[in-house]
Design a protein around this ligand. Structure first.
Ligand code: ATP
Ligand code: MG
Length: 381
């Protein structure tokens, strides 16, 4: 997957910007608050997914403007395609090859993986970050998963509202909860099953990548941690749904007391270990970062395997956070495919592949230059 042209208009602090990126490495550098992350964020939205920043949709449009647009020409699916995304009033509209499409349809057509400083804390932070990682990664290779997640969240919301109403005696406990339990069990099974199947693809990549990062000294492993115990990934649909349904029945007292659903995929986690020790609780900072990098690189591996496409890689401000060994590993692991790197200083890319380097100031690209890898010096006499 290679972007050959990108235009961004009225997106955050970017009034109007066009660039023709290199198929290799693209470095966007500049001072703080000039629009580096904004540019990468705009690009990422073309995957049809939510922003990787915690943000409201309406914040994406430039102050004082009504509409923002991001468009790109890219090589993907074996041909040249054009994708466009317009943001207005908190809503998004998309087109692919000049035809209007639902935004969700971009997922699975345009692939990108983002590494950001927030992503580096994926391992250390709470389970919601890891669930978001899993759900975003699965959506890229299984676009209909987004629909299932949206349906599950809707049912969860309805079930929680009813629990609250029953609790406050605003609604009778007359069997309606059981109707929601049925829908919740069905959707939960689909989500848990998809997550476990995805993990079985991700894990071998993860193990190999971490072995590389640690120079073969440490072993990495991961497993789904369900809030409802079961042989998930192996259990058949009917049996799985029944298991969830009966667990909800047993937890009903707690759920009513708390006014929320205490079991289900929204409470699950992804366990990560190095040499059998839980990284979140016991891992060093370096091990936690290595695990986060591993997960992201493994995500790229699954996209390549399932979709046959090398995703566009967005490295937002992460290189400066990594020590040299990890930085070299990351860059050599991403030696193929198109890379966008943001950083404050332009130095330190001399030995990289062919590419382009842009300076960004107040949301505009103010200079560009070509980068060529350093040639090895001829041997002396
Ligand atoms: P850093 O090096 O600190 O990460 P950066 O170059 O990545 O900086 P960005 O996060 O891309 O910076 O841009 C931040 C700037 O964008 C801020 O000055 C912020 O006020 C501005 N900004 C954010 N949203 C909007 C918006 N909707 N309209 C106009 N400006 C915005
Ligand atoms: Mg930034």
């Amino acid at each position: 997957m290679v972007i050959s042209a990108l235009t961004v208009r009225d997106f955050r602090n970017i009034p109007s910007l066009s660039l023709e990126p290199s198929p290799g490495v693209n470095v966007i550098y500049g001072d703080n608050a000039q629009g580096k992350t904004n540019l990468v964020e705009a690009l990422y939205l073309l995957t049809g997914q939510k922003s990787f920043r915690q943000t409201r949709e309406t914040d994406l449009v430039r102050f004082g403007q009504k509409t923002a647009n991001v468009s790109a020409r890219f090589q993907g699916g074996g041909r040249e395609q054009v994708v466009s995304l317009t943001l207005e009033g908190g809503k998004r509209a998309a087109s692919l090859n000049e035809l209007p499409v639902a935004v969700g349809e971009l997922t699975g057509k345009f692939f990108a993986v983002v590494f950001s400083p927030a992503g580096l804390s994926l391992v250390r932070d709470g389970p919601s970050q890891r669930r978001a990682f899993l759900d975003g990664a699965i959506s890229q290779v299984m676009p209909r998963y987004q629909r299932t997640m949206a349906d599950l969240n809707r049912v969860l919301f309805q079930r929680n509202s009813l629990l609250n109403d029953i609790n406050r005696r605003l609604a009778p406990d007359d069997g309606l909860l059981e109707v929601w339990d049925r829908s919740f069990s069905k959707l939960s099974y689909s989500v848990i099953n998809a997550r476990c199947r995805y993990l079985s693809r991700l894990a071998p990549f993860g193990e190999e990548i971490y072995r590389g990062i640690s120079g073969g000294k440490e072993a990495f492993s991961m497993a789904y941690h369900p809030s409802i115990p079961g042989e998930w990934g192996k259990i058949k649909e009917e049996e799985g749904e029944e298991l969830i349904f009966s667990a909800l029945g047993r937890a009903r007292g707690d759920d009513l007391k708390n006014g929320c659903t205490t079991l289900g995929p929204h409470r699950d986690d992804l366990d990560l270990w190095v040499d059998g020790v839980a990284v979140r609780s016991y891992g060093s900072q370096g091990q936690q970062r290595s695990c986060a990098l591993t997960l992201k690189l493994a995500e790229c591996g699954v996209i390549r395997e399932v979709a046959g496409e090398q995703p566009v890689i967005l490295l937002d401000d992460v290189l400066s956070e990594l020590d040299k060994a990890r930085r070299d590993y990351l860059l050599s692991g991403l030696a193929e495919g198109q890379l966008f790197i943001t950083c404050c200083e332009r130095n330190g890319f001399g030995a990289m592949r062919e590419g382009m380097m842009w300076r960004i100031e107040k949301g505009a690209l103010v200079s560009k230059r070509r980068m060529a890898p350093k040639r090895p010096r001829p041997a002396g006499p």
